[in-house]
Structures are given as C-alpha cells and as structure tokens.
Design a protein around this ligand. Structure first.
Ligand code: 5AD
Ligand code: SF4
Length: 452
C-alpha cells in the first residue's frame, strides 16, 4: 500500500517553503499526503525556535505523535527545521521516539534516510545546500517562494537565527533566474523571495556579467539587480520579498519598487524598537533617526507604499521612556500592519544573558496592549485610502468568512474579500467599498458596473 506522510509547519515563510520542498520530495519517493496525522506512516514536524511560544506549541504536538507511535510502532517520526537544529542530537535524548532529525539545510537528507535501511535514529545538521533543486509541491499553483540566501551575518542580540541558520550564503543569480523562469513556465504569477536579510544578497558572491562589448563592468550581484532580472520574466506579475534589514535598505532597492512593474508596493521594514538606546542593545546597527530617514526615502519614491513591521516589547532593560519612543514611531510611521512580539529569551543569545526578568511580565503585557491599540488605529486609518479605489487583486480562493465571496490580495498585500466571478490565480479588478485595520471589502469591477 502507498505510504502516507503528514507535515506540520511552524514558523516563518522560509519554513513553509521548506515544507513544500519536503512534500514534493516525498511525493517523488511515492508517498502521498494523509489528511490527518493519525493516518500517516511518516509524521513530520518542521519546527521554529524564534520564540518560546513556538517551542511549546510544537512540544504539545509532538506528544500526540508519540501516542500515535505507541499505537503503531512502525510509524516514523521526523523533526526538521530550526528548533531541531538548535538542540541537535539532544532531540533523541529528550524524545527517544523520534526517528530522524534534520536542520533547515538538510531537507534532502530526509530522502536519504527514508531510502536507506537504517534502523537507528539519524540526525543531520550540517548545512550542505539549498533545497532549490528539490521538487516543490506548491500550496497554490500560481504563487511560489524562492529562497535566495540562507543564514544571517547580523548579530541581533535577541535572535537565535544566526545560531540555527549559520552565516549568510547567497545562491548564484543565474540559478535563481532559471528557477524563476521554470516557476513562471509552471504557472507561477507571484514570487516571494526569501532570506533572513534579503538586501544583503550577493555580498558573498563573485562579480559577474561584464557585457561582451565591455560597456558595463563586471560587478557583484545585488538584490536590486536580482529584482530587475526577475521583473524581466514576462509571466511573473508580482514580486514580493521578506525580510529586508533597515540598515541595508538602499535607494536602488527602493527605486525598484517605483520603476519595476512587478515589484509590489509593499515593504516590510522591521523596526524592533523605537528607542535608539534599545536598538543599540539589540545590536540593530541603526538608530531611530536613521530608520525614519529610510521611511522618508521610501515614501518619497513610492508615496502609496504599504509599510509593515515587526516590533518587540519588553526587551531587557526597556523603560517606560524607551517604550514611549516605540509608540511615537508607530504613530509617526502609521504602519499598514505590524507584527508585535513580547520579548522571549532564546537559549545562547546575548539578550537572554542580560536577563528576562528586567521587565516584569505584566508590564510587557500591558505595553503590548498599548502598542496594539496604536498599531491598529494607524492601520485602520491608512486602509481608508483604498476605499473608492479600484485595485488589482490576485484571487486566492473563497473568502474564509463567507464561502459565497472570494478572497485575494492587492499589490499592497492587503487581503480583500469581495463578490465576483473570477477564479483562483486570476488577477482581477476590485472596487473597494470598505476597510478595517486588517481587511478590505469590495466588488469585482465587472459586477459593480453591471449593478450600477
Ligand atoms: N523574542 C521576541 N521576538 C523575537 N523576534 C525574534 N526573536 C525574538 C525574541 N527572542 C521577532 C522579531 C523578528 C520576528 C520574526 O520575530 O521581531 O523580526
Ligand atoms: Fe523561520 Fe526563524 Fe522560526 Fe527558523 S527560527 S522557522 S528562520 S522564524
């Protein structure tokens, strides 16, 4: 009988992407997907270690997998991703029922394990290569992810990623362009470029591309150049990326948003804190003023851009005055959306050594609530600029709240629920009638006209 797998993914888009590769690879080995974990012969977890909450959610799921393994001892259990990487061989000591564990660079090793006759548990944690060459099973045929680099050379004091994903390694540009072309030929209209710090892409690569006539000198590939190369692929109509680092956000990339038709009007620019003192302790290498200069430059070139961000509250030593500065920046920038996090100490990081208890938990919770209020008010106000406008929407499927309606995304990355007849994968025009802080609502233009 055909073997079946089940994958549960935690964490960021990078992990979602790796999971698609895992699924594609398993299907090429003859596995099919089981709708429920209880029906699977191979139970996989692609884990995250960015915050404590991600760890604890995963451990609860792992408990269920253990029960399923007791019922059927020949079931295999695999744990991949960042959490696995951060604890390495300890996985097997703490969870002896796990059969295979692998880090984020090790997805291909899963195939090796499954096709070998190994009876003992195996762990694979050395970074060897990208998953780019593995087949992917995309959740939606028309949207694809592309990993442009792995690892991170920053030293943000709260972050576990440099420890789990290692130094930054960029994939060669020609390989990425070829992959994007193949995706386009396969029906992809929107690509999202992934990296821990996308705009330092290429700094570790050799110079390329002196034009044959000598007109242009050879130069190192840059992120802006990569955007231009992918923009030149006709069938790709939307390019997104995540995440840039404010310190590396240069004018060439900002201009790409204004000048290249496929590069969407959305920039995710992680702030983390509005206090220069805390930014320094976080080792972000920019201060409040420099961050605001980047925002100003972005708005000057792309006035209608949607700006989103990540903010951490309760970093060790954050005072009321520091936090007030974060609120001020949020008020000033007025983000279209923000992801807000309560600081959680990660094992082995510099910030964990400073001490979690420096800001009391109830204070963190209270700051989080105040921040959310400011962020949501700003997002709601910003969203009103879309009301009355007609926007291009990439249809993703049925609306989650009303199956009679459709759901899609604007170039600004706003979710729109609308009435219409378009099918998933189409880009259609939608007239926006109302907006909340989170979503827009409207009508497909064709219908709006017919009704008028
Ligand atoms: N505690 C809280 N939030 C964190 N993030 C990263 N590390 C931590 C941590 N230790 C947040 C940052 C980052 C986002 C992906 O997760 O805001 O941008
Ligand atoms: Fe993604 Fe970071 Fe979580 Fe790894 S630790 S899955 S890179 S968010």
């Amino acid at each position: 009988m055909q073997k079946r797998y089940h994958v549960t993914t935690f964490g960021c888009q990078m992990n979602e992407h790796d999971s698609e590769r895992m699924k594609g690879m398993l299907e090429s080995l003859g596995y099919s997907e089981a709708p429920e974990r209880a029906e699977a012969d191979l139970i996989l977890f692609n884990t995250c270690s960015i915050r404590e909450s991600a760890d604890s959610r995963f451990i609860a799921h792992l408990g269920e997998a253990k029960r399923l393994k007791v019922e059927h001892p020949d079931r295999l259990i695999g744990v991949g991703g960042c959490w696995a990487q951060s604890v390495k061989e300890e996985v097997f000591e703490r969870f002896p029922f796990v059969d295979v564990a692998f880090g984020p660079g090790q997805v291909h090793k899963l195939a090796e394990f499954l096709t070998s006759d190994s009876l003992t548990a195996q762990g694979y944690f050395e970074f060897e290569g990208f998953t780019g060459h593995l087949p992917a099973r995309r959740a939606r045929q028309f949207q694809g992810w592309m990993q442009i680099s792995v690892g991170c050379n920053c030293a943000c004091s709260y972050c576990i990623v440099p420890a789990t994903r290692g130094r930054e390694v960029s994939r060669p540009m020609h390989e990425l362009v070829a992959e994007a072309q193949a995706m386009a030929a396969d029906g992809v209209r929107e690509v999202t470029l992934l990296g821990q710090n996308v705009n330092s892409y290429g700094r570790d690569l050799p110079a390329i591309g002196a034009a044959a006539n000598g007109a242009a000198a050879a130069s190192r590939p840059t992120f802006a150049r990569l955007l231009a190369e992918i923009d030149a692929i006709d069938a790709i109509e939307r390019i997104r990326y995540t995440s840039p680092h404010p310190k590396d956000m240069r004018e060439d990339v900002i201009r790409a948003h204004a000048e290249l038709a496929s590069v969407c009007e959305h920039i995710h620019l992680p702030l983390q804190s509005g206090s220069s003192r805390i930014l320094k302790a976080m080792r972000r290498t920019y201060d409040r003023r420099r961050y605001m200069e980047r925002v100003a430059m972005i708005r000057e070139h792309v006035p209608d851009v949607a700006l989103t961000t990540d903010i951490i509250v309760g970093f060790p030593g954050e005072t009321e005055e520091d936090f007030a500065q974060t609120l001020e920046v949020a008020e000033e920038v007025r983000y279209d959306a923000a992801f807000t996090f309560i600081f959680s100490p990660r094992r082995g990081t510099e910030a964990a050594a400073i001490g979690e208890g420096l800001v009391a938990h109830p204070v963190k919770v209270e700051r989080m609530q105040r921040l959310l209020e400011v962020v949501q008010r700003g997002a709601r106000e910003r969203a009103q600029r879309f009301v009355g406008r007609t926007l291009d929407v990439l249809v993703e499927g049925a609306s989650r709240t009303d199956p009679e309606r459709l759901r899609g995304r604007t170039r600004h990355n706003k979710v729109v629920n609308f009435s219409g007849l378009a099918t998933p994968g189409e880009i259609t025009q939608v007239r926006v009638d109302s907006a909340t802080s989170q979503t827009l609502a409207g009508q497909e233009l064709l219908l709006a006209r017919a009704g008028a």
